[in-house]
Design a binder for this molecule. Structure first.
Ligand SMILES: [Zn+2]
Length: 435
């Protein structure tokens, strides 16, 4: 264990429960240091500041960030890699990670090893806050062939703490359950999609009922109310969801006290933006982050492409922190109707309906045609109340109006391409001939 590891642990522990004022001061200090780092060492950001005619000294806190433009993955991909990495950084001290390619081209992210450790410890801090014990045996279900995966034993694991066993996401469900049954595990971490598939199998096969973790941590996909209760029922566990990204680490965690997602504001600045402005409670906006610890490749006012609303209530236990509502989906999941109205991804959430196992929305616009077609594909089970679903469809059809036809199609299965983070909507423009 190195001196920097001790410092990292100490810093994270110190900042975990700051009062609202202390947190703002801490965040502003980290922000100013990160902006200085970006301005002095990263050509892309230097040019942005120069173009705006400002310097890092003009931005004192998160409230001043509006003076900088929002950047997106495409902006980074359109520039040479040297533009985004800190000049002179020793590449031997860094790792390259790749973000998921669900929204198109993957992005390579350069992270200093020390910052990566900070990010990993920040995740652990969050799980400890949410009930993980350092002596728990954890199983993580993930893609073991993933470019970013590493099962390197960390210093605290050499001491016997926070033991993790990795199992392969792509194993067949019964084989996965066999492996879990032999683990004597206390905690499972994985995506709602794979855990939901395991829970369904458990409900059909009584012998797997002995898999009883105390806690389940989900991340990486939308946790619907239905999947959450499926997990609670079949694993007999408490389920806690977290929101994270390779570009920002652990961004927010679902609070057991109030149910909303509290942002780790000592690690990053989160803004929820619509038309260039911060949203007010109730409005949907895109999640824009400023990472406060990633020095090798800073992310300043970076849009993750995720949509959410902010909470207007404050939490009794964690007052003063920014609270998000659950992520609704990707900006690519918004549907723009012919009259300009924007349909948010949570307009169709049939998975909150009992008996709907999976769904996908197909939006087809016929080029030169007069109406759009929206088809909600549903995989159902016998609990589905079809008359109720039809009543909802009729209500939604009235809202959509005559330029958009809404229909429901029952299918046996749904093909999701790749590791489609949150992606539930497919939009196509067809020519008259294709239709
Ligand atoms: Zn709370």
């Amino acid at each position: 264990m190195s001196l920097s590891s001790i410092q990292t642990c100490f810093e994270l522990w110190q900042s975990r429960n700051l009062s609202s004022d202390e947190l703002k001061r801490h965040q502003a200090r980290k922000l100013r240091a990160m902006l200085r780092q970006a301005y002095d060492h990263v050509p892309f950001y230097r040019k942005i500041f120069d173009k705006k005619g400002i310097t890092p000294d003009d931005i004192l806190s998160a409230e001043d960030l509006y003076r900088l433009p929002i950047i997106r993955r495409e902006d980074i991909q359109a520039s040479p890699v040297e533009e985004f990495r800190a000049a002179g950084i020793d590449l031997q001290t860094c790792v390259v990670r790749r973000t998921g390619g669900s929204t198109g081209k993957p992005l390579n992210i350069l992270t200093h090893r020390q910052d990566l450790e900070f990010e990993a410890l920040a995740w652990i801090r969050t799980w400890l806050r949410l009930g993980l014990k350092i002596t728990d045996r954890q199983v993580v279900i993930k893609d073991l062939n993933d470019h970013n995966f590493s099962d390197k034993t960390r210093w605290f694991q050499h001491l016997g703490f926070l033991q993790v066993r990795y199992v392969d996401l792509y194993k067949q469900v019964p084989l996965l359950l066999e492996e879990l049954a032999n683990c004597q595990l206390e905690v499972i971490r994985g995506s709602p999609t794979i855990l939901g598939a395991l829970a369904k199998e458990i409900s059909k096969t009584p012998k797997y009922k002995e898999i009883r973790p105390r806690l389940i941590f989900t991340r990486g996909d939308i946790l619907s109310a239905q999947v959450k209760s499926l997990l609670e029922e079949n694993f007999g566990s408490r389920v806690v969801d977290c929101y994270g990204a390779t570009e920002g680490g652990c961004i927010a965690w679902q609070c057991p006290n109030c149910g909303s997602y509290h942002v780790n504001e000592d690690l990053l600045v989160v803004e929820v933006i619509k038309n260039g402005q911060l949203v007010t409670p109730g409005e949907v906006g895109e999640v824009v982050i400023t990472n406060l610890f990633s020095r090798a490749m800073p992310f300043i006012r970076y849009s993750l492409g995720d949509l959410c609303r902010i909470e207007d209530k404050t939490c009794g236990e964690h007052s003063g922190t920014l609270c998000l509502q659950p992520i609704l989906g990707r900006t690519a999941d918004q549907i723009v109707l012919r009259d300009g109205r924007v349909i948010q991804p949570d307009f169709f959430r049939p998975d909150e309906f009992e008996g709907v196992l999976e769904y996908q929305v197909i939006h087809e616009r016929i080029h030169d045609g007069r109406i759009d077609q929206l088809t909600v594909r549903i995989v159902k089970d016998h609990d589905l109340h079809q008359e109720m679903l039809e009543a909802v469809r009729q209500k939604d059809q009235e809202f959509l109006g005559r330029e958009c036809n809404l229909s429901i199609e029952f299918v046996d299965s749904i093909q999701v391409e790749g590791q489609a983070k949150f992606k539930r909507v497919i939009s196509k423009v067809l020519t008259q001939a294709e239709s």
